[in-house]
Design a protein around this ligand. Sequence first.
Ligand code: FES
Length: 161
Amino acid sequence: MDMNHVDKTKNADQLGPGADGTRRRFCQIAIGGTAAVSAAAVGYPVVAFLRLPKSLGPVELMEVPLEELVEGYGYWGEHRGRQIVVIRLGEEIRAFDGTCSHLGCIVRWDSASRMFKCPCHEAKYDDLGNPVSGPVNAPLRRVEFVVDEDVLKIRDFFGQA
Ligand code: FES
């Protein structure tokens, strides 16, 4: 008798004691493996998210030595995740949040025309941050600062230095 021959007319019970157990075991391993991979795929991002540190945001505070503020030019920096531009016009120093009031692009300071220009939809603001042209009605947000020992320090948006 050929030992490799499988009689396909018989069901698992008729094939002997090992055939059904092997198939069942294979199905259990396949289902268990699929469930384990699925659980890991779903669970890992959740666990990774929950283990993240509490403070993810940028915490840097923008400080500028006054000597680095050049007449007519913009000095850019980051303060708590916001792009800040500081301009010096004569003896007056002004600081702005560089976020366009239209849809949030970052404006550019054009020292030649002394205007802020948004590259996204061509809004223009004067050197006080007031809208001049383009699709904007609101001014750029002024940012408070203090000068301490010849260093300009942007104040926190919550009023703290
Ligand atoms: S985002 Fe600045 S003009 Fe639209």
